[in-house]
Write a protein that binds this ligand. Structure first.
Ligand code: BES
Ligand code: MN
Ligand code: ZN
Length: 516
C-alpha cells in the first residue's frame, strides 16, 4: 500500500498521471458537491447532479455512487459518497463517509484512488494531519485479514494499492506527510498486534511472544530485550506470577523491552506493563465453556505493549520507554493454584487466593513491582482484566483507573484525539476494604460489586508512590460479535502512542508536572 500527497492539481486534477485513479468526492443532503466534484459537474453540464437527482440520491451518509466514463472527464472513475447535512459535518461524519467509500471500493477492482474528501471542512483542529491519519487507519482496518491458517485463501478481498490525498493548503504539506508516516506505522503495528491476538493459543504461547519481542532488538541500536524465566522468577520471589503459570506446560516468561529514544539515556523511563495470558481457562475456578475460546485474547494487553514499543522504535520517538510483557498460561492440572492458597509476592505482601480466575492481577502485581525497580516516571498497565468492565463500558470505552489526575486527564485527551476512547472509574479508598483478608495482606477478588475497581485497587497496592494508570481493555481489546466473526481490535495502541507524542511535546515545553 502506497500513500502520497497531491497539492499541485487545484485546477488541474485531470493531470495525466491521475487518469487511472478513481476520484473520491462527496455530496451533501442539500445538493451541494465537494469542491473538486463541483468543478467536474460544471464542466459537464451538471451531469453529476442530474444523475444524483434522477436516481433518488439524497446525500445521506451511507449512500455511494460509482460513475464510470463521465463524458468530459479524463479520470475514468468517480466515487461519490453521501456526506449528510453540511452544517452537521464533523469528524465522526468524515470517518463514516471514508469508511463507506473504502468499503464500497473493496467490492470493486479499483486499486488506485485520489481522495478529495480532505477538502471537506470540519473545524480548524481537525486539520489535514488528522483527516489523513484517520483515513489511513480506516483503510488499513478494512483491508485487514487474518488468513494465515486457511488452506484456501480465495476470499482475500481486493485492497487499495495506491492512495493519494489531495490537499488544498500547501502549507499543510509537512503535516500531511507526517500524517502518512505516523498513520502507516501506527496502523501496521496495530495489525501486528491484531495478528498476535487472533493467533490460536496453541501457537501463540509465552515463548512465541518472547521470540517476537527479540526481533525488536535488531530494529534499533538502543533497544535491548531481557527475558525473565521461571528460574529467575523463583530466585527473586515472583511467586504470584509463577502460581498462575504452574499448571501449564508452557513456561511463564516475562519479556522486558528497553527502548532508549531520549538523547539523555538517564532520563526516567515510562514503563508499560501488558497482561499476556495466552489462554485463560480460569484455572480450578474454571470458566464456562461457552466462548472460552475467546480467552486466547487474554494476551491483548501484552500485544498492545509490544506494538507500542515497535511503533516508538519505528517513529524514533525521543523518549525512554520500557515495555514489560507479562506472559503465561492459566491452566488446570494437579499442580494448579488452588482457591485458599496463600502466596507471597515479590513486594513481600501476601495474597489469599479466592478465585484462580482472577489471575491477571497476580501476574501484573509482580510485573508492576518489578517495574518500580526502573525508577519510572510513570507506570501504565494494559490488561483484559475484568469481565465487569465489559458490562460497565461495553465494547466502546476502555476503563481507566489512576492515582494521578493529571495523568488520567492526559490519557483521556489522547483517547479523544484518536477516537480510542477511555472512561475513568473512581479508585476510591472505600473499595480497598473489599480486598482485605483476615489471614493474608489481601485477597485476589473483591466480593460483590465494583469488580473492575477492586481489581484496580489490588494493583494500586503495588505501585507505591509512582504515577500510575491502569487500563482495563476487557471490553475493547476484541470484538465478540456472538458469531464466528470475532477479532482483536488493536486497542488502545493508537491512544497510547498519542499520549506519548503529547507527553514528548509537553516535556519540551515543560507544561505538566509529571513530565518534569
Ligand atoms: N481474562 C478475564 C477477564 C475477562 C472476562 C475479559 C471476560 C474479557 C471477557 C480475567 O482473568 C477474569 O477471569 N476475571 C474475572 C475476575 C473475577 C474472578 C473476580 C472476571 O472478570 O470474571
Ligand atoms: Mn481469568
Ligand atoms: Zn484473564
Amino acid at each position: 500500500m502506497k500513500y502520497n500527497i497531491a497539492f499541485d492539481i487545484t485546477n488541474n486534477y485531470q493531470s495525466k498521471i491521475y487518469h487511472d485513479f478513481c476520484i473520491i468526492g462527496g455530496f451533501f443532503e442539500e445538493g451541494e458537491l465537494s469542491p473538486a466534484i463541483h468543478q467536474i459537474n460544471n464542466k459537464n453540464n451538471k451531469y453529476i447532479t442530474s444523475i444524483l437527482n434522477k436516481n433518488g440520491y439524497t446525500g445521506k451518509i451511507g449512500e455511494t455512487l460509482l460513475l464510470y466514463h463521465i463524458p468530459d472527464e479524463p479520470s475514468k472513475k468517480i466515487l461519490l459518497v453521501g456526506c449528510g447535512k453540511k452544517n452537521k459535518f464533523d469528524r465522526d461524519h468524515y470517518k463514516k463517509i471514508t469508511y463507506h467509500a473504502v468499503d464500497t471500493l473493496k467490492k470493486t477492482k479499483i486499486t488506485q484512488i485520489i481522495s478529495f474528501l480532505t477538502e471537506l471542512n470540519v473545524n480548524e483542529k481537525y486539520n489535514n494531519y488528522w483527516k489523513i491519519r484517520d483515513a489511513i487507519n480506516i483503510i488499513q482496518e478494512l483491508s485487514y485479514t487474518f488468513e494465515q491458517f486457511k488452506y484456501s485463501t480465495k476470499n482475500i478481498p481486493q485492497t487499495l494499492q495506491n492512495v493519494i490525498f489531495y490537499i488544498h493548503e500547501t502549507d499543510t504539506l509537512k503535516d500531511s506527510q507526517q500524517a502518512i508516516i505516523d498513520g502507516t506505522i501506527i496502523s501496521r503495528n496495530i495489525n501486528l498486534a491484531k495478528d498476535l491476538g487472533n493467533m490460536p493459543p496453541n501457537m501463540c504461547n509465552s515463548e512465541y511472544l518472547v521470540q517476537e519481542c527479540k526481533k525488536l532488538e535488531k530494529m534499533h541500536d538502543h533497544t535491548t530485550i531481557q527475558i525473565i524465566d521461571e528460574n529467575q522468577m523463583q530466585q527473586i520471589g515472583m511467586n504470584a506470577y509463577l502460581a498462575v503459570g504452574q499448571a501449564s506446560k508452557n513456561q511463564s516468561l516475562m519479556a522486558i523491552i528497553k527502548y532508549i529514544g531520549d538523547n539523555d539515556y538517564k532520563k526516567k523511563p515510562l514503563v508499560l506493563v501488558g497482561k499476556g495470558v495466552t489462554f485463560d481457562s480460569g484455572g480450578l475456578s474454571i470458566k464456562p465453556s461457552e466462548k472460552m475460546d475467546e480467552m486466547k485474547y487474554d494476551m491483548c494487553g501484552a500485544a498492545a505493549v509490544y506494538a507500542i514499543l515497535r511503533t516508538s522504535i519505528q517513529l524514533n520517538l525521543p523518549i525512554n520507554i520500557i515495555g514489560i510483557l507479562a506472559t503465561c498460561e492459566n491452566m488446570i492440572t494437579n499442580t494448579a493454584l488452588r482457591p485458599g492458597d496463600i502466596i507471597k509476592t515479590l513486594s513481600g505482601q501476601t495474597i489469599e487466593i479466592k478465585n484462580t480466575d482472577a489471575e491477571g492481577r497476580l501476574i501484573l502485581c509482580e510485573a508492576i513491582t518489578y517495574a518500580t525497580r526502573f525508577n519510572p516516571k510513570i507506570i501504565i498497565d494494559i490488561a483484559t482484566l475484568t469481565g465487569a468492565c465489559l458490562i460497565a463500558l461495553g465494547e466502546h470505552f476502555t476503563g481507566l483507573m489512576s492515582n494521578n489526575d493529571e495523568l488520567a486527564n492526559e490519557l483521556i485527551i489522547a483517547g479523544k484525539e484518536t477516537d480510542d476512547k477511555i472512561w475513568r472509574l473512581p479508585l476510591d479508598n472505600q473499595f480497598q476494604k473489599q480486598i482485605n483478608s483476615n489471614i493474608a495482606d489481601m485477597t485476589n477478588t473483591g466480593g460483590k460489586g465494583g469488580n473492575t475497581i477492586t481489581a484496580g485497587c489490588f494493583l494500586q497496592r503495588f505501585v507505591g508512590k509512582h504515577y500510575w494508570a491502569h487500563l482495563d481493555i476487557a471490553g475493547t481489546a476484541w470484538k465478540s460479535n456472538y458469531t464466528q466473526n470475532h477479532s482483536a481490535t488493536g486497542r488502545p495502541i493508537t491512544m497510547i502512542i498519542q499520549f506519548l507524542m503529547n507527553y514528548i511535546n509537553k516535556q519540551k515545553n515543560k507544561k505538566c508536572y509529571f513530565t518534569q
